[in-house]
Design a protein around this ligand. Structure first.
Ligand code: BGC
Length: 447
């Protein structure tokens, strides 16, 4: 038995995102998002599910704040839905949308819970997609124009902001692999999207500073760690590409002002270039107050000619998997955090997402999700190792507060500490909720 102890003042939190929990898709003037459209295309989302109702958190936010309070967390990371604020992406602002987030934020503050707000967690207004979405540079200006009133309205009240959640998913997963909205399958287009997202991020940060908003700002890329299968150079190179597609591609431009040459060359070999215009890199490299890191899984990678985009094959070494089929790879959490620290220096880090899909259901009113507790223990143990090694991590948000709309998987995959019955919308805290409550209160746990 050992005690894993976290530093004094370490922040414990839980995370969600608007489209995944809010529902109320047509209430109070909300516009249509690309996920409303995508989820209506047959075959795109499992069981034809959509976020029309989701967890109905828009109407039940008080209940959800009470769950956060019961959990004892110091912070809640949620996202604002752009289509609630600007139903058409740009133009006229929707007061009712702003009012909803005031109710939410006031409710959190009244309970002593700090709001951490993500400005873009994937629900692009459809009106902008109709004009090319993130492939069109006008969306960069539209994003900045959406952020500005958000900053002015909530500045000082919301003190921690994230511009964009998981730019890899928004670009490559959604526009090259095509699994998420809008579902394109075009590498050049996806590369354009990735670049425009980074410019949009930088542009929003610049606006935040110009306005002199009280508070801090960063973004939240998702990372992984692909360990080379062997010490053969070709395996080392292949796994470096596979990790770099997530890490260097989305952090080098922000922290070093350039794209990683080894990947740019690789993409050039596929006939793809990054559409950098004059001034873009200066916009992207705005100094940040922190970076949010999302980590779920990692793996072992081996060189295999023509395997995927990067000639890197995922090797199944028999690691356990979660119910979404992702390898449980806690060691990668430590590896990638220490790597980020080495490569980008002392930028403060929040773990903005980490958690597991396990589909346990209530039995006699109780959800015994030991596997989630085990996942969390193993990852938090690696996180503590990283902190002990000098990685400046100030807080951890688990994904997710409650089961919710898991994108292309619909309601078939559950990541919550709280179970949601999608027929009745009843919330039932799982065993992991009570386990997490202990650590949020005491800062330590036993392994
Ligand atoms: C996203 C969440 C998602 C979770 C599990 C992250 O990629 O930010 O919205 O639910 O992972 O897939």
């Amino acid at each position: 038995m050992a005690i894993i102890q976290f530093p004094k003042d370490f922040l414990w939190g839980a995370a969600t995102a608007a489209y995944q929990i809010e529902g109320a898709h047509d209430k109070d003037g909300r516009g249509t998002s690309i996920w409303d459209t995508f989820s209506r295309i047959p075959g795109k989302v499992k069981n034809g599910d959509n976020g029309d109702i989701a967890c109905d958190s828009y109407n039940r936010y008080e209940q959800d704040i009470a769950l956060l309070k019961g959990l004892g967390v110091g912070a809640y990371r949620f996202s604002a839905a752009w289509p609630r604020i600007f139903p058409n992406g740009t133009g006229e602002i929707n007061r009712a949308g702003l009012d909803y987030y005031h109710r939410l934020v006031d409710g959190l503050l009244a309970k002593g819970i700090e709001p951490y707000c993500t400005l873009y967690h994937w629900d692009l207004p459809q009106a902008l997609q109709d004009r090319g979405g993130w492939n069109n540079r006008e969306t960069i200006d539209a994003f900045t124009a959406y952020c500005e009133p958000m900053f002015k309205e909530f500045g000082g009240k919301i003190k921690h902001w994230f511009t964009i959640n998981e730019p890899w998913c928004v670009s490559f997963l959604s526009n090259y692999i095509g699994a998420h909205a809008p579902g394109n399958r075009d590498l050049q287009l996806a590369t354009n999207v990735a670049h425009h997202l980074l410019v949009a991020h930088g542009s929003a940060v610049r606006k935040f500073r110009e306005l002199g908003i009280e508070g801090k700002i960063g973004y939240a890329p998702n990372v992984t760690w692909i360990e080379p299968y062997s010490s053969r150079q070709e395996d080392i190179d292949a796994s470096r590409r596979a990790t770099g597609w997530f890490v260097e591609w989305f952090l080098d431009p922000v922290f070093k002002g350039e794209y990683p040459e080894f990947l740019v060359e690789w993409f050039a070999g596929k006939g793809v270039t990054v559409p950098i215009l004059e001034g873009d890199m200066e916009i992207i490299t705005q100094p940040l107050d922190f970076v949010g890191i999302n980590y779920y899984t990692g793996n072992v990678g081996r060189y295999q000619k023509d395997e995927g985009l990067l000639d890197c094959e995922n090797i199944d070494e028999g690691y356990e998997k979660t119910d979404i089929d992702w390898f449980i790879y806690p060691r990668g959490f430590y590896k990638v955090l220490t790597y980020i620290h080495e490569r980008y220096g002392n930028v403060p880090i929040y773990i903005t997402e980490n958690g597991a899909c396990f589909n346990d259901e209530p039995v006699d009113g109780r959800v015994r999700d030991e596997r989630r507790i085990d996942y969390l223990k193993r990852h938090l143990t690696q996180l503590e190792r990283a902190i002990a090694s000098g990685v400046p991590v100030s807080g951890y948000f688990t994904w997710s507060l409650m089961d919710n709309f898991e994108w292309a998987e619909g309601y078939s995959k559950r990541f919550g500490l709280v179970h949601v019955d999608y027929n009745t919308l009843k919330r039932t805290p799982k065993d992991s909720y009570y386990w997490y409550k202990h650590i949020a209160r005491t800062n330590w746990f036993e392994v």
